[in-house]
Design a protein around this ligand. Structure first.
Ligand SMILES: [Zn+2]
Length: 167
């Protein structure tokens, strides 16, 4: 399990909403003993996943403008509440969190804390599959349906994520 996330003082933004700023950053990767090759590979992963991250970034202004919050934690931008909550509840069938590239959407802060490790497995999957992740995720769900399996719990990518971090 990750370290507990201590609440930080809220900082007002120009949009009048709130952004939580975490002290940990990707720059800490260098301090954590990663080699230059690992840092380069990670940078490639961020680039490869970026089309999905751009999709996720669309939720930043929408959520901030609708009362949500945004924070940076462990190499991911985390968006919760506001439009992100509405999207997850109304469009995604009531899931508590989902990942788009390096953006994690969640209904609220508690859901983020509960799902963070699981969502980070999906983040790693995005770095492996890049723009092919969402089509492959959909294909895996479709194949499950065709075989009479659960399209979510028996999805290839969810099996890996639940295997590492059950919710
Ligand atoms: Zn999952």
């Amino acid at each position: 399990m990750g370290e507990p996330n201590e609440p930080r003082p809220d900082q007002p933004t120009a949009a009048g909403s709130v952004v939580d700023v975490a002290t940990k950053s990707a720059a800490g990767a260098a301090e954590s003993g990663m080699t230059a090759a690992q840092i380069a590979l990670r940078s490639l992963g961020y680039t490869w996943a970026s089309p999905n991250t751009i999709l996720g970034l669309c939720f930043v202004p929408l959520s901030l403008a609708s009362g949500g919050r945004v924070r940076y934690e462990r190499g991911a931008l985390e968006v919760h509440g506001g439009a992100a909550k509405w999207f997850l509840q109304k469009v995604c069938g009531g899931v508590c969190a989902m990942t788009l590239g390096h953006v994690i959407l969640a209904v609220d802060r508690a859901a983020l804390d509960h799902c963070r490790n699981h969502e980070h497995v999906h983040m790693e999957q995005y770095m492996r599959w890049g723009p092919f992740f969402l089509p492959m995720y959909g294909l895996s769900s479709y194949m499950c349906l065709r075989k009479g399996k659960n399209p979510y719990l028996e999805n290839y990518f969810e099996i890996e994520a639940y295997g590492k971090f059950p919710l």
